[in-house]
Design a protein around this ligand. Structure first.
Ligand code: NAD
Ligand code: UFG
Length: 337
């Protein structure tokens, strides 16, 4: 009786595995380590005192997936494995469609073969495109602006069709807003390869002297200070949402969609100032051109997750920045080589 976590050594996956182990759930990880490192398993053990069963394997390889199902009794799957960089998806669309969409089809095929029909899927607020208003509710119109977002929307639709074809399935789609922060031990956090695309890891590197300043992508948006507003959520809160979602999937059949955010929007400058507080010194920034494709504001209406799953975010922006800074200061080179 185990939960398979695909992508379980990645940023959100590893934090979710810790919460699952702390809750005494049996966990099996499948990850090809394309964007994570094996030593994450040692960190998980250090935090939880437990070893987790790990398969190095690819969801593009049917045999890799099947081996996990043959050797374990998998009840349900939390499916994180995927590529996630928006810019890279524009440059390499086939790579993204193949990895994310074909990989998910392979996974669902094997799940079906082994009569495991409960899945929690990592979707994204990106499926709302440029929202007509904020806060965003689950029933807002869906659209995408890049191949990465398109893979998320396609997978949502594939999972919906699978449920329509077989009502024994239970599909829980979590649309994450902007995950940030790190485990409070400072042993696990986000470890982007190369120059980070996302705001928080970039701010963290400026704060600890790796880069000179933060480039603020535009200050002429329709927001309280002109810089882009997002719904930042602590990765541990996000991880906890998966425990609620898996319980919900185990207890029900159907397909459901949930926004996983705090419901609060912070601007780029708000974030820089919150981070300054966390580290106790000023952080240099420069206003520059807008980044193509960015929207003014994006934040969740998270009420459905509270009502149906009994989940809500607990950690505030101070804690998110503090934990991020703690991780960055203890691991200036991430997990290292
Ligand atoms: P991550 O890159 O840290 O983790 C993804 C993991 O999947 C990595 O460990 C990687 O090695 C693995 N993986 C990728 N392709 C694989 C394959 N073919 N076979 C096996 N393993 C594979 O990313 P994350 O931030 O933890 O994101 C997890 C999921 O959440 C992704 O699906 C992502 O699209 C989604 N998501 C992330 C964010 C975010 O801002 N971090 C926001 C919304 C949604
Ligand atoms: N920003 C900067 N400077 C930077 C990086 C970002 O000013 O160096 C700004 C952006 O313009 C935006 C905000 O900071 O206003 C947040 O940007 P991120 O890149 O951190 O996050 P996004 O909201 O653009 O995108 C994230 C994920 C996507 C996901 C989306 C919606 O990276 O994968 O949230 O969930 F699709």
């Amino acid at each position: 009786m185990a939960i398979l976590v695909t992508g379980g050594t990645g940023y959100i996956g590893s934090h979710t595995v810790v919460q699952l182990l702390n809750d005494n759930r049996e966990v099996v990880i499948l990850d090809n380590l394309s964007n994570s490192k094996l030593c994450v398993l040692d960190r998980i053990k250090e935090i939880t005192g437990k070893s987790v069963k790990f398969y190095k394997g690819d969801i593009l390889n049917i045999d890799d997936i099947e081996k996990v199902f043959k050797e374990n009794e998998i009840d349900a799957v939390i499916h994180f494995a995927g590529l996630k960089a928006v810019g890279e998806s524009v440059a390499k669309p086939m790579y993204y469609y193949h990895n994310n969409v074909t990989g998910t089809l392979n996974l669902c095929n094997i799940m079906s073969k082994y009569n495991c029909k409960k899945i929690v899927f990592s979707s994204s607020a990106t499926v709302y495109g440029k929202p007509k208003s904020v806060p965003i509710s689950e029933d807002f119109p869906l659209s995408t602006t890049n191949p990465y977002g398109e893979t998320k929307l396609m997978i949502e639709r594939i999972l919906s069709d699978i449920y329509v074809s077989d009502n024994d399935w239970s599909v829980c789609i979590l649309r994450y807003f902007n995950p940030i922060g790190a485990h409070e031990s400072g042993l696990m956090g986000e470890d982007p390869k190369g120059i980070p695309n996302n705001l928080l890891p970039y701010v963290a590197r400026v704060a600890f002297g790796k880069y000179d300043h933060v480039n603020v992508f535009g200050n002429d948006y329709a927001t309280h200070d002109g810089t882009g507003v997002r719904d930042y959520i602590h990765v541990v809160d996000l991880a906890d949402a998966h425990l609620k979602a898996i319980d919900f999937a185990m207890a029900n059949t159907g397909i459901d969609y949930f926004n996983i955010g705090t419901g609060i929007g912070y601007s780029v400058l708000d974030i820089i100032h919150a981070y300054e507080k966390a580290v106790g010194h000023p952080i240099k920034y420069e206003i520059c051109q807008r980044r193509p494709g960015d929207i003014d504001e994006c934040y969740a209406n998270p009420e459905k997750a509270l009502k149906v799953l009994g989940w809500k975010a607990n950690f505030d922006i101070e804690k998110m920045c503090y934990d991020s800074a703690n991780w960055q200061s203890k691991n200036p080179d991430g997990y290292g080589e």
